[in-house]
Design a binder for this molecule. Structure first.
Ligand code: GCO
Ligand code: MG
Length: 409
């Protein structure tokens, strides 16, 4: 078997996506996701200019060899652009291998370790009534685990909080990337946030009871001692996890957080290799690995990372916001189903235009996702529909404190 073509498709139904389609000489095609929110064209160029020419003529069955070749032959290691490009190739090759075998990908990865994949959705509100409505709507949609994000008095725009309901008035979904020529400026005050958040979780527990798994994303904004304080303050509300409590480039700083709180910690959506987790995993400083298959070198690298985590009783919590395409989501679902140390899967749900471009076979009911039984990943790309949605520049916002200092967003 030989690779005869590899095409990079950039499309923007609802939002931008970068997809790699690899075609073999016996007519099998495979899809991979290389979407990097706000920096999409850099991955598209990395693939089209520097990777596609190397793929033509290669044997698509040699996945590990191709991964090592792309990682080591570039000489320059790691980084989100490189690892997203490698992920796109890796996932497309797994799609091809599973289609050639006539099996859904999870079967090639060892078969199902569970019946379904527990998923969490994103509820948010500017005040408690709006937040409660959003939680109720998520329960109606079938979610049985819910992330809670809320506005903070005195702050204008807070990460994770939908500014207004969608046109049909039914969805309050949060979409961080904005189709603006420049990144939007938001404001932030960590002390105000720390004062406000525990009361919100108390109100949510009083309204919805003790059973519902609740999650929260701190989005890298706290110092270690602030994170420790928040983790401790949230203990009575029994969170499933507190995510990205600090910017974790400094892995050692999590030692301090860990010493002070039993609130479970999830970290890693901005990481892209196992090396970013060395201390976090070996010292059991986190409970969940948040990497995306799309940003961490694909199935091949994620599997190794999660196997490493498994030795330390650390579970998966694979990143799955809307900036992961349905192709990247499907890759995550097949892995989730197969591994032993699965924790939870993030699932935000794409809009109708995205579902029209990417035809998916995964299902969601009663809190659980399943990738379906179609051979391969189970996702098809409608290229005509994709062509109707050309790339639109979009950026993630950034933060400034009251005195004008740039802060982590
Ligand atoms: C999450 C993330 C996202 C990121 C987004 C940036 O937990 O889902 O924090 O909402 O902000 O992926 O592109
Ligand atoms: Mg996050």
């Amino acid at each position: 078997m030989k690779i005869i073509a590899a095409d990079v498709i950039v499309t923007s139904p609802d939002r931008n996506f970068v997809t790699l389609k690899i075609t073999t000489d016996d007519g099998i095609t495979g899809l991979g996701d290389g979407t990097l929110n706000g920096r999409e064209l850099s991955v598209a160029s990395y693939l089209a200019d520097h990777v596609v020419p190397l793929l033509i003529g290669r044997d698509p069955q040699r996945i590990e060899d191709t991964w090592q070749f792309l990682y080591r032959s570039a000489y320059w290691r790691r980084g989100p652009v490189t690892m997203a490009a490698i992920a796109a190739v890796d996932v497309a090759l797994w799609d091809i291998k599973a289609k050639a075998a006539g099996m859904p990908l999870y079967q090639l990865l060892g078969g199902a370790s569970r019946n379904g994949i527990m998923a969490y959705g994103h509820a948010s509100g500017r005040d408690l009534p709006e937040l409660f409505d959003s939680i109720r709507r998520h329960l109606e949609l079938g979610y049985r685990s819910i992330r809670v994000q809320t506005s903070v008095p005195g702050i204008n725009a807070v990460y994770g909080v939908a500014a207004q309901p969608s046109l049909d008035g039914k969805r309050y979904d949060y979409e961080p990337a904005q189709r603006t020529a420049l990144p939007a400026e938001e404001d932030w005050d960590t002390r105000a946030y720390l004062r406000h958040l525990p009361g919100v979780f108390e109100a949510v527990r009083n309204e919805f009871g003790p059973e519902l798994p609740l999650l929260h994303d701190g989005h890298h904004r706290m110092t270690p001692i602030q994170a420790a304080k928040l983790g401790k303050a949230l203990e009575p509300y029994d969170l499933f996890w507190l995510e990205d409590c600090t910017p974790a480039e400094n892995q050692e700083s999590l030692r301090l957080v860990r010493r002070h709180t039993t609130t479970p910690l999830a970290i890693g959506e901005v990481f892209n290799t196992v090396w970013d987790y060395q201390t976090l995993i070996r010292e059991q400083l986190i409970d969940y690995v948040r990497s995306a298959v799309t940003h961490t070198g694909g199935i091949t690298a994620m599997r190794k990372l999660l196997d490493f985590a498994a030795q330390y009783q650390i579970k998966s919590g694979i990143h799955g916001p809307t900036d992961i395409s349905p192709v990247g989501m499907a890759a995550a679902l097949h892995l989730d189903l197969a591994i032993h140390n699965f924790g939870i899967q993030e699932y935000m749900q794409h809009g109708a235009a995205t579902d029209e471009v990417f035809r998916q076979s995964f299902s969601f009911a009663e809190g659980y996702l399943h990738p379906g039984e179609r051979p391969g990943l189970g996702v098809e790309l409608d290229e005509e529909a994709a062509a109707r949605f050309p790339y639109v520049p979009a950026y993630l916002p950034f933060n400034r404190l009251k005195d004008g200092t740039v802060h982590d967003w």
